[in-house]
Design a protein around this ligand. Structure first.
Ligand code: NAX
Length: 306
């Protein structure tokens, strides 16, 4: 039998955490034959709720779940973890300046980065979900210099999956037959969902999405804004932000990273030196940013294999 892998989820008492931990315990993230030990971190005001989540994990009797650590202690949470999914943080609220959000997240991510650096398993893979995701990932990387840069990533897979979903709805095809969309840029409303390599499997072979949709105005306009603004549309409809889709996409991100991608291209935010990077097979192909940001904080990529 395989040794259990330890998976940290921060902000585990929150909405995404509640959707994510059962997926991990069921093997959705690391495989149906991979035992897991869940490490759940939250802050003291959420300790009781966190304990409730732990009780439910016990009650669900997941065969793959070999242990649960539920704690408000960042060192205990980070010790020995092989995968760290950072969902906790301080998102920007109405009326807040960007710099206020930054300073709050700097202190949170500094402490968590130091604990991961000192106590996580070697080669721990880190996925930052908490917004601003690209920035939080950069802060974490800066404060954990001994963790290899390539091991610190952030979530753009939800945007990628949203793009697949929109194409499948538009063409009335199965989403599993659509592939190779790419998300460039930040996980924010400035991202660029790119369908120029995207194809659909049809009875007469793979066809480019541009050819099948045959409506460049839609692909260059409404499609892009729908993907960019999907998070806001979910909040409007549900009164809460995306949770099950974020949790599922976080599982996709880690699964493809650890076990190898199921599709040719998947998107993830990675550290880069100011170029946009698109990683096809083992080749790093730098592509100059098509629009004007040169800030040192925000990068994204797509990858074929890493
Ligand atoms: P919730 O507010 O439901 O949960 C956040 C949890 O984090 C809470 O339980 C809170 O107590 C905890 N927390 C706060 N500070 C912490 C700290 N220092 N250490 C540990 N835990 C801490 O938010 P939820 O809806 O679960 O969203 C979580 C984050 O994901 C938000 O920042 C959100 O903006 C971000 N998202 C990112 C997405 C992406 O694609 N990258 C999409 C979904 C989501 O909007």
């Amino acid at each position: 039998a395989k040794e259990p892998m330890r998976v940290l989820v921060t902000g585990a008492a929150g909405q995404i955490g509640y959707a994510l931990v059962p997926m991990i315990a069921r093997g959705v993230m690391l495989g149906a034959d991979q035992p897991v030990i869940l490490h759940m971190l939250d802050i003291p005001p959420a300790a009781e709720a966190l304990n409730g989540v732990k009780m439910e994990l016990v009650d669900a009797a997941f065969p793959l779940l070999k242990g649960v650590v539920a704690t408000t202690d960042v060192v205990e949470a980070c010790t020995g973890v092989n995968v760290a999914v950072m969902v906790g943080g301080f998102p920007r609220k109405e009326g807040m300046e960007r710099k206020d959000v930054m300073s709050k997240n700097v202190s949170i991510y500094k402490a968590q980065a130091s604990a991961l650096e000192a106590h996580a398993a070697p080669n721990c893979k880190v996925l930052v979900v908490a917004n601003p995701a690209n920035t939080n990932a950069l802060i974490l990387k800066e404060f954990a210099p001994s963790i290899p840069e390539k091991n610190v990533t952030c979530l753009t897979r939800l945007d990628h999956n949203r793009a697949l979903g929109q194409i499948s709805e538009r063409l009335s095809v199965q989403v599993c037959d659509v592939k190779n969309v790419i998300i460039w840029g930040n996980h924010s409303s400035t991202q660029y969902p790119d369908v120029n390599h995207a194809t659909v499997k049809t009875s007469s072979g793979e066809k480019p999405v541009r050819e099948l949709v045959a409506d460049d105005a839609w692909l260059n306009g409404e499609f892009i804004t729908t993907v960019q603004q999907r998070g806001a549309a979910i909040i409007k409809a549900r009164k809460f932000s995306s949770a099950l889709s974020a949790a599922s996409s976080a599982c996709d991100h880690i699964r493809d990273w650890v076990l190898g991608p199921l599709r040719d291209i998947c998107s993830m935010g990675v550290y880069s030196d100011g170029h946009m990077v698109c990683c096809w097979t083992d080749l790093l192909v730098p592509v100059h940013a098509a629009w004007g940001w040169k800030s040192s904080v925000s990068r994204s990529t797509s990858l074929k294999k890493r």
